[in-house]
Design a protein around this ligand. Structure first.
Ligand code: GDD
Length: 375
Protein backbone atom coordinates (compact mmCIF):
# COMPACT_ATOMS: atom_id res chain seq x y z
CA UNK A 1 0.00 0.00 0.00
CA UNK A 2 1.53 3.32 -1.09
CA UNK A 3 1.03 6.28 1.25
CA UNK A 4 -0.56 9.40 -0.22
CA UNK A 5 -1.58 7.57 -3.34
CA UNK A 6 -5.14 7.74 -4.58
CA UNK A 7 -6.61 4.76 -6.43
CA UNK A 8 -9.74 5.50 -8.43
CA UNK A 9 -11.86 2.41 -9.05
CA UNK A 10 -14.20 2.62 -12.02
CA UNK A 11 -16.45 -0.36 -12.76
CA UNK A 12 -17.65 -0.52 -16.35
CA UNK A 13 -20.19 -2.43 -18.33
CA UNK A 14 -20.88 -1.14 -21.83
CA UNK A 15 -19.41 2.30 -21.24
CA UNK A 16 -17.51 2.67 -24.52
CA UNK A 17 -18.98 6.13 -25.09
CA UNK A 18 -18.04 7.47 -21.65
CA UNK A 19 -14.94 5.83 -20.23
CA UNK A 20 -12.23 7.84 -22.04
CA UNK A 21 -13.92 11.07 -21.10
CA UNK A 22 -14.04 10.05 -17.46
CA UNK A 23 -10.36 9.05 -17.44
CA UNK A 24 -9.41 12.40 -19.01
CA UNK A 25 -11.50 14.40 -16.53
CA UNK A 26 -10.05 12.57 -13.53
CA UNK A 27 -6.53 13.52 -14.60
CA UNK A 28 -7.59 17.07 -15.43
CA UNK A 29 -9.09 17.67 -11.99
CA UNK A 30 -6.40 15.92 -9.96
CA UNK A 31 -3.22 17.20 -11.63
CA UNK A 32 -0.88 17.18 -8.66
CA UNK A 33 -1.98 13.98 -7.02
CA UNK A 34 -0.19 10.63 -7.00
CA UNK A 35 -2.93 8.85 -8.83
CA UNK A 36 -3.87 5.54 -10.42
CA UNK A 37 -7.10 4.49 -12.12
CA UNK A 38 -8.35 0.92 -12.15
CA UNK A 39 -11.11 0.11 -14.60
CA UNK A 40 -12.96 -3.11 -13.80
CA UNK A 41 -14.68 -4.30 -16.94
CA UNK A 42 -17.00 -7.28 -17.20
CA UNK A 43 -16.24 -8.29 -20.78
CA UNK A 44 -18.47 -5.50 -22.08
CA UNK A 45 -19.98 -6.49 -25.46
CA UNK A 46 -19.37 -2.90 -26.70
CA UNK A 47 -15.61 -3.36 -26.24
CA UNK A 48 -15.10 -1.00 -23.27
CA UNK A 49 -12.21 -3.11 -21.96
CA UNK A 50 -10.36 -2.95 -25.30
CA UNK A 51 -11.00 0.79 -25.56
CA UNK A 52 -9.30 1.33 -22.18
CA UNK A 53 -6.34 -0.84 -23.27
CA UNK A 54 -6.00 1.36 -26.39
CA UNK A 55 -6.34 4.51 -24.24
CA UNK A 56 -3.41 3.33 -22.13
CA UNK A 57 -1.33 2.59 -25.26
CA UNK A 58 -2.02 6.02 -26.76
CA UNK A 59 -1.68 8.13 -23.61
CA UNK A 60 1.16 6.16 -22.04
CA UNK A 61 1.12 5.11 -18.43
CA UNK A 62 3.89 7.03 -16.75
CA UNK A 63 2.19 10.15 -15.46
CA UNK A 64 -1.13 8.55 -14.78
CA UNK A 65 -1.19 4.79 -14.46
CA UNK A 66 -4.42 3.32 -15.79
CA UNK A 67 -5.02 -0.41 -15.65
CA UNK A 68 -7.88 -2.69 -16.61
CA UNK A 69 -9.17 -5.74 -14.82
CA UNK A 70 -10.92 -7.93 -17.38
CA UNK A 71 -13.56 -10.14 -15.80
CA UNK A 72 -15.15 -12.91 -17.80
CA UNK A 73 -18.83 -12.12 -17.28
CA UNK A 74 -21.07 -9.45 -15.86
CA UNK A 75 -20.68 -10.13 -12.14
CA UNK A 76 -22.12 -7.06 -10.47
CA UNK A 77 -21.04 -3.57 -9.47
CA UNK A 78 -20.08 -4.28 -5.85
CA UNK A 79 -17.91 -7.27 -6.68
CA UNK A 80 -16.22 -5.19 -9.40
CA UNK A 81 -15.37 -2.58 -6.75
CA UNK A 82 -13.96 -5.30 -4.50
CA UNK A 83 -11.78 -6.67 -7.29
CA UNK A 84 -10.54 -3.15 -7.98
CA UNK A 85 -9.80 -2.71 -4.28
CA UNK A 86 -7.70 -5.89 -4.21
CA UNK A 87 -5.58 -4.61 -7.07
CA UNK A 88 -5.27 -1.04 -5.80
CA UNK A 89 -1.97 0.34 -4.55
CA UNK A 90 -3.15 3.56 -2.93
CA UNK A 91 -4.02 4.13 0.72
CA UNK A 92 -7.00 6.23 -0.37
CA UNK A 93 -9.71 4.79 -2.58
CA UNK A 94 -12.18 6.66 -4.77
CA UNK A 95 -15.16 4.75 -6.17
CA UNK A 96 -17.18 6.26 -9.00
CA UNK A 97 -19.37 5.44 -11.99
CA UNK A 98 -17.97 5.62 -15.49
CA UNK A 99 -20.94 7.40 -17.09
CA UNK A 100 -20.18 11.00 -16.01
CA UNK A 101 -23.12 11.08 -13.61
CA UNK A 102 -20.49 11.49 -10.90
CA UNK A 103 -18.56 14.72 -11.56
CA UNK A 104 -14.79 14.13 -11.19
CA UNK A 105 -14.41 17.83 -10.35
CA UNK A 106 -15.63 17.25 -6.79
CA UNK A 107 -13.01 14.57 -6.04
CA UNK A 108 -10.48 17.21 -4.83
CA UNK A 109 -13.05 18.48 -2.33
CA UNK A 110 -13.75 14.94 -1.15
CA UNK A 111 -10.03 14.28 -0.66
CA UNK A 112 -9.61 17.56 1.15
CA UNK A 113 -12.52 16.70 3.48
CA UNK A 114 -10.93 13.31 4.19
CA UNK A 115 -7.65 14.96 5.09
CA UNK A 116 -8.97 17.95 7.00
CA UNK A 117 -11.58 16.17 9.11
CA UNK A 118 -9.47 13.04 9.55
CA UNK A 119 -12.58 11.03 8.81
CA UNK A 120 -12.57 7.55 7.23
CA UNK A 121 -15.24 7.80 4.53
CA UNK A 122 -16.42 10.77 2.49
CA UNK A 123 -19.71 10.24 0.70
CA UNK A 124 -20.66 12.39 -2.29
CA UNK A 125 -24.23 13.05 -1.27
CA UNK A 126 -27.32 14.03 -3.20
CA UNK A 127 -29.36 14.40 -0.05
CA UNK A 128 -27.47 16.98 2.02
CA UNK A 129 -27.91 20.73 1.58
CA UNK A 130 -26.48 21.68 -1.81
CA UNK A 131 -26.96 18.21 -3.30
CA UNK A 132 -29.43 17.36 -6.08
CA UNK A 133 -30.45 14.90 -8.77
CA UNK A 134 -30.88 15.93 -12.38
CA UNK A 135 -32.47 13.89 -15.10
CA UNK A 136 -34.07 11.08 -13.14
CA UNK A 137 -37.79 10.42 -13.60
CA UNK A 138 -40.06 10.69 -10.55
CA UNK A 139 -40.22 6.88 -10.23
CA UNK A 140 -36.44 6.52 -9.94
CA UNK A 141 -36.21 9.39 -7.46
CA UNK A 142 -38.94 7.79 -5.36
CA UNK A 143 -37.21 4.40 -5.44
CA UNK A 144 -33.96 5.98 -4.35
CA UNK A 145 -35.69 7.85 -1.49
CA UNK A 146 -37.44 4.70 -0.27
CA UNK A 147 -34.24 2.65 -0.47
CA UNK A 148 -32.41 5.38 1.46
CA UNK A 149 -35.11 5.46 4.17
CA UNK A 150 -35.03 1.67 4.52
CA UNK A 151 -31.25 1.70 4.90
CA UNK A 152 -31.22 4.57 7.38
CA UNK A 153 -34.04 3.32 9.60
CA UNK A 154 -33.47 -0.40 9.23
CA UNK A 155 -29.70 -0.46 9.45
CA UNK A 156 -29.11 2.66 11.52
CA UNK A 157 -26.81 4.18 8.91
CA UNK A 158 -25.07 7.43 9.74
CA UNK A 159 -25.16 8.97 6.25
CA UNK A 160 -27.84 10.81 4.29
CA UNK A 161 -26.95 9.06 1.04
CA UNK A 162 -25.92 5.47 1.78
CA UNK A 163 -27.03 4.51 -1.75
CA UNK A 164 -24.39 6.73 -3.30
CA UNK A 165 -22.08 5.07 -5.78
CA UNK A 166 -19.58 7.91 -5.38
CA UNK A 167 -17.37 7.81 -2.29
CA UNK A 168 -13.84 8.02 -0.94
CA UNK A 169 -12.40 5.97 1.91
CA UNK A 170 -9.20 5.01 3.63
CA UNK A 171 -8.22 1.54 2.50
CA UNK A 172 -7.16 0.50 6.00
CA UNK A 173 -10.78 0.50 7.23
CA UNK A 174 -11.51 -2.50 5.03
CA UNK A 175 -8.81 -4.63 6.66
CA UNK A 176 -10.29 -7.79 8.15
CA UNK A 177 -13.78 -7.11 6.77
CA UNK A 178 -15.62 -9.81 4.82
CA UNK A 179 -17.89 -8.40 2.13
CA UNK A 180 -20.87 -10.11 0.53
CA UNK A 181 -20.70 -7.63 -2.37
CA UNK A 182 -24.27 -8.19 -3.49
CA UNK A 183 -25.65 -5.93 -6.24
CA UNK A 184 -24.94 -2.19 -6.28
CA UNK A 185 -24.69 -1.28 -2.62
CA UNK A 186 -21.03 -1.42 -1.79
CA UNK A 187 -21.09 1.78 0.26
CA UNK A 188 -24.00 0.51 2.32
CA UNK A 189 -22.09 -2.64 3.21
CA UNK A 190 -19.00 -0.64 4.06
CA UNK A 191 -20.99 1.70 6.32
CA UNK A 192 -22.53 -1.23 8.20
CA UNK A 193 -19.42 -3.37 8.51
CA UNK A 194 -16.79 -0.73 9.15
CA UNK A 195 -18.68 0.00 12.33
CA UNK A 196 -17.74 3.15 14.23
CA UNK A 197 -15.80 4.86 11.46
CA UNK A 198 -16.16 8.61 10.97
CA UNK A 199 -18.21 9.61 7.94
CA UNK A 200 -18.42 13.02 6.24
CA UNK A 201 -20.56 14.09 3.29
CA UNK A 202 -19.92 16.44 0.41
CA UNK A 203 -22.91 17.66 -1.60
CA UNK A 204 -23.03 17.15 -5.35
CA UNK A 205 -25.49 17.10 -8.22
CA UNK A 206 -26.04 13.68 -9.74
CA UNK A 207 -26.64 14.21 -13.44
CA UNK A 208 -28.11 11.24 -15.21
CA UNK A 209 -25.99 9.85 -18.00
CA UNK A 210 -26.23 11.35 -21.48
CA UNK A 211 -24.74 8.31 -23.21
CA UNK A 212 -25.35 4.60 -22.76
CA UNK A 213 -27.96 3.21 -20.42
CA UNK A 214 -28.38 2.32 -16.77
CA UNK A 215 -27.80 -1.33 -15.87
CA UNK A 216 -30.21 -1.15 -12.98
CA UNK A 217 -33.01 -3.68 -13.42
CA UNK A 218 -35.40 -5.80 -11.36
CA UNK A 219 -32.61 -8.12 -10.31
CA UNK A 220 -30.73 -5.09 -8.89
CA UNK A 221 -33.79 -4.26 -6.76
CA UNK A 222 -34.03 -7.88 -5.57
CA UNK A 223 -30.30 -7.80 -4.82
CA UNK A 224 -30.86 -4.62 -2.83
CA UNK A 225 -33.51 -6.33 -0.68
CA UNK A 226 -31.23 -9.33 -0.17
CA UNK A 227 -28.36 -7.07 0.74
CA UNK A 228 -30.39 -5.06 3.29
CA UNK A 229 -31.72 -8.26 4.87
CA UNK A 230 -28.23 -9.73 5.14
CA UNK A 231 -26.85 -6.52 6.59
CA UNK A 232 -29.75 -6.30 9.02
CA UNK A 233 -29.01 -9.81 10.26
CA UNK A 234 -25.32 -9.00 10.42
CA UNK A 235 -26.02 -5.90 12.55
CA UNK A 236 -28.36 -7.88 14.79
CA UNK A 237 -25.71 -10.52 15.33
CA UNK A 238 -23.14 -7.87 16.24
CA UNK A 239 -25.58 -6.18 18.66
CA UNK A 240 -26.47 -9.54 20.20
CA UNK A 241 -22.82 -10.40 20.78
CA UNK A 242 -22.15 -7.01 22.35
CA UNK A 243 -25.26 -7.30 24.51
CA UNK A 244 -24.34 -10.82 25.59
CA UNK A 245 -20.98 -9.57 26.77
CA UNK A 246 -22.48 -6.67 28.72
CA UNK A 247 -25.32 -8.76 30.15
CA UNK A 248 -22.82 -11.33 31.37
CA UNK A 249 -20.65 -8.61 32.81
CA UNK A 250 -23.59 -6.91 34.51
CA UNK A 251 -25.00 -10.13 35.89
CA UNK A 252 -21.63 -11.05 37.34
CA UNK A 253 -21.34 -7.67 39.01
CA UNK A 254 -24.95 -7.88 40.15
CA UNK A 255 -24.37 -11.31 41.65
CA UNK A 256 -21.31 -10.08 43.46
CA UNK A 257 -23.25 -7.19 44.96
CA UNK A 258 -26.09 -9.46 45.94
CA UNK A 259 -23.67 -11.80 47.68
CA UNK A 260 -22.07 -8.79 49.32
CA UNK A 261 -25.48 -7.65 50.54
CA UNK A 262 -26.34 -11.11 51.83
CA UNK A 263 -22.96 -11.11 53.62
CA UNK A 264 -23.95 -7.88 55.33
CA UNK A 265 -27.11 -9.55 56.60
CA UNK A 266 -25.30 -12.69 57.75
CA UNK A 267 -22.62 -10.62 59.46
CA UNK A 268 -25.08 -8.31 61.16
CA UNK A 269 -27.49 -11.02 62.32
CA UNK A 270 -24.81 -13.42 63.48
CA UNK A 271 -23.03 -10.68 65.45
CA UNK A 272 -26.27 -9.56 67.12
CA UNK A 273 -27.31 -13.13 67.82
CA UNK A 274 -24.03 -13.97 69.55
CA UNK A 275 -23.91 -10.73 71.51
CA UNK A 276 -27.52 -10.65 72.69
CA UNK A 277 -28.69 -14.29 72.87
CA UNK A 278 -25.39 -15.85 73.96
CA UNK A 279 -24.42 -12.82 75.98
CA UNK A 280 -20.99 -12.65 74.30
CA UNK A 281 -18.65 -9.66 74.57
CA UNK A 282 -19.49 -7.50 71.56
CA UNK A 283 -16.00 -7.77 70.06
CA UNK A 284 -16.09 -11.58 70.16
CA UNK A 285 -19.57 -11.51 68.66
CA UNK A 286 -18.30 -9.24 65.87
CA UNK A 287 -15.39 -11.61 65.10
CA UNK A 288 -17.77 -14.57 64.82
CA UNK A 289 -20.11 -12.53 62.61
CA UNK A 290 -17.17 -11.80 60.33
CA UNK A 291 -16.19 -15.50 60.10
CA UNK A 292 -19.78 -16.47 59.26
CA UNK A 293 -20.14 -13.83 56.54
CA UNK A 294 -16.74 -14.61 55.02
CA UNK A 295 -17.70 -18.26 54.71
CA UNK A 296 -21.15 -17.66 53.28
CA UNK A 297 -19.79 -15.03 50.87
CA UNK A 298 -17.07 -17.40 49.74
CA UNK A 299 -19.43 -20.28 49.05
CA UNK A 300 -21.96 -18.10 47.20
CA UNK A 301 -19.35 -16.28 45.13
CA UNK A 302 -17.59 -19.47 44.17
CA UNK A 303 -20.72 -21.44 43.31
CA UNK A 304 -23.05 -18.73 42.01
CA UNK A 305 -21.18 -15.58 40.98
CA UNK A 306 -18.28 -17.27 39.23
CA UNK A 307 -20.05 -20.54 38.57
CA UNK A 308 -17.04 -22.43 39.78
CA UNK A 309 -18.46 -25.83 40.59
CA UNK A 310 -15.07 -27.38 41.17
CA UNK A 311 -14.94 -27.98 44.90
CA UNK A 312 -11.75 -30.01 44.85
CA UNK A 313 -10.49 -29.73 48.45
CA UNK A 314 -7.03 -28.31 47.68
CA UNK A 315 -8.21 -25.72 45.17
CA UNK A 316 -11.13 -24.72 47.37
CA UNK A 317 -8.90 -24.41 50.42
CA UNK A 318 -6.49 -22.14 48.53
CA UNK A 319 -9.37 -20.02 47.26
CA UNK A 320 -10.85 -19.83 50.72
CA UNK A 321 -7.45 -18.87 52.11
CA UNK A 322 -7.13 -16.06 49.58
CA UNK A 323 -10.70 -14.99 50.11
CA UNK A 324 -10.30 -14.97 53.88
CA UNK A 325 -6.90 -13.32 53.63
CA UNK A 326 -8.16 -10.45 51.52
CA UNK A 327 -11.35 -10.23 53.51
CA UNK A 328 -9.38 -9.96 56.72
CA UNK A 329 -8.31 -6.50 55.67
CA UNK A 330 -11.99 -5.60 55.61
CA UNK A 331 -12.46 -7.41 58.89
CA UNK A 332 -9.73 -5.38 60.53
CA UNK A 333 -11.37 -2.26 59.21
CA UNK A 334 -14.69 -3.45 60.63
CA UNK A 335 -13.21 -4.35 64.00
CA UNK A 336 -11.30 -1.12 64.28
CA UNK A 337 -14.30 0.94 63.29
CA UNK A 338 -16.67 -0.78 65.72
CA UNK A 339 -14.20 -0.30 68.57
CA UNK A 340 -13.53 3.30 67.66
CA UNK A 341 -17.19 4.19 67.22
CA UNK A 342 -18.50 2.38 70.34
CA UNK A 343 -15.66 3.17 72.76
CA UNK A 344 -14.49 6.48 71.37
CA UNK A 345 -17.77 8.01 70.17
CA UNK A 346 -20.18 6.17 72.51
CA UNK A 347 -22.24 5.21 69.46
CA UNK A 348 -24.77 2.46 70.08
CA UNK A 349 -23.44 -0.91 69.00
CA UNK A 350 -26.12 -1.60 66.30
CA UNK A 351 -25.45 1.74 64.58
CA UNK A 352 -21.66 1.34 64.78
CA UNK A 353 -22.05 -2.15 63.39
CA UNK A 354 -24.01 -0.96 60.34
CA UNK A 355 -21.30 1.57 59.50
CA UNK A 356 -18.42 -0.82 60.08
CA UNK A 357 -19.99 -3.78 58.27
CA UNK A 358 -20.78 -1.57 55.26
CA UNK A 359 -17.20 -0.34 55.00
CA UNK A 360 -15.74 -3.82 55.48
CA UNK A 361 -18.07 -5.36 52.90
CA UNK A 362 -16.97 -2.82 50.34
CA UNK A 363 -13.28 -3.59 50.76
CA UNK A 364 -14.07 -7.34 50.76
CA UNK A 365 -15.88 -6.97 47.52
CA UNK A 366 -13.18 -5.05 45.69
CA UNK A 367 -10.23 -7.15 46.81
CA UNK A 368 -11.81 -10.55 46.36
CA UNK A 369 -13.32 -9.76 43.04
CA UNK A 370 -9.97 -8.74 41.71
CA UNK A 371 -7.76 -11.48 43.12
CA UNK A 372 -9.52 -14.54 44.47
CA UNK A 373 -11.92 -15.34 41.67
CA UNK A 374 -10.11 -13.91 38.69
CA UNK A 375 -10.64 -16.28 35.74
N1 GDD B 1 -17.92 -4.11 -13.93
C1 GDD B 1 -19.23 -3.89 -13.76
N2 GDD B 1 -20.07 -4.94 -13.61
N3 GDD B 1 -19.69 -2.63 -13.79
C2 GDD B 1 -21.02 -2.42 -13.65
C3 GDD B 1 -21.93 -3.47 -13.49
C4 GDD B 1 -21.41 -4.81 -13.46
O1 GDD B 1 -22.13 -5.80 -13.32
N4 GDD B 1 -23.18 -2.94 -13.37
C5 GDD B 1 -23.03 -1.61 -13.48
N5 GDD B 1 -21.74 -1.29 -13.66
C6 GDD B 1 -21.14 0.03 -13.78
C7 GDD B 1 -21.71 0.88 -14.89
O2 GDD B 1 -21.01 0.72 -16.09
C8 GDD B 1 -21.56 2.28 -14.33
O3 GDD B 1 -20.27 2.77 -14.49
C9 GDD B 1 -21.77 2.07 -12.84
O4 GDD B 1 -21.47 0.71 -12.58
C10 GDD B 1 -23.19 2.41 -12.39
O5 GDD B 1 -24.12 1.64 -13.12
P1 GDD B 1 -25.46 2.28 -13.71
O6 GDD B 1 -26.29 1.18 -14.19
O7 GDD B 1 -25.16 3.41 -14.61
O8 GDD B 1 -26.08 2.86 -12.36
P2 GDD B 1 -27.27 3.94 -12.20
O9 GDD B 1 -26.84 5.22 -12.78
O10 GDD B 1 -28.54 3.37 -12.62
O11 GDD B 1 -27.26 4.04 -10.60
C11 GDD B 1 -26.60 5.07 -9.97
O12 GDD B 1 -27.26 5.45 -8.82
C12 GDD B 1 -27.21 4.55 -7.75
C13 GDD B 1 -27.86 5.22 -6.56
O13 GDD B 1 -29.21 5.24 -6.66
C14 GDD B 1 -25.15 4.67 -9.66
O14 GDD B 1 -24.47 5.81 -9.24
C15 GDD B 1 -25.04 3.69 -8.59
O15 GDD B 1 -23.65 3.50 -8.29
C16 GDD B 1 -25.78 4.22 -7.40
O16 GDD B 1 -25.73 3.26 -6.39
Amino acid sequence: MTENQVSVIIPTFNESENICNVLDLIKEHLPRINLEAIVVDDNSPDGTGKIVEDYVKIKGNEEYPVSVIHRKTKSGLSSAILDGLKKSNGDTIVVMDSDLSHPPQIIPKMLETLRKTQCDIVVASRYVAGGAIQGWPFKRKLMSKIATKIAKKGLGINSDDPMSGFFVFRKKITEGLKFDAIGYKMLLELLVKANGVKVEEVPYTFTDRKKGSSKLDTSTIIDYCKSVWKLYRYGRQVRKTEKRVSVRFLSKAARFFTVGASGLGVNYLASLLFSSSLDMWYLHATILGIVFSITSNFVLNKYWTFEDRDFAPKKTAIQYGKFAGFSSIGALVQLGMVYYLVDGFSLSYPVALVLAVGTAAFSNFVLNKKWTFRE
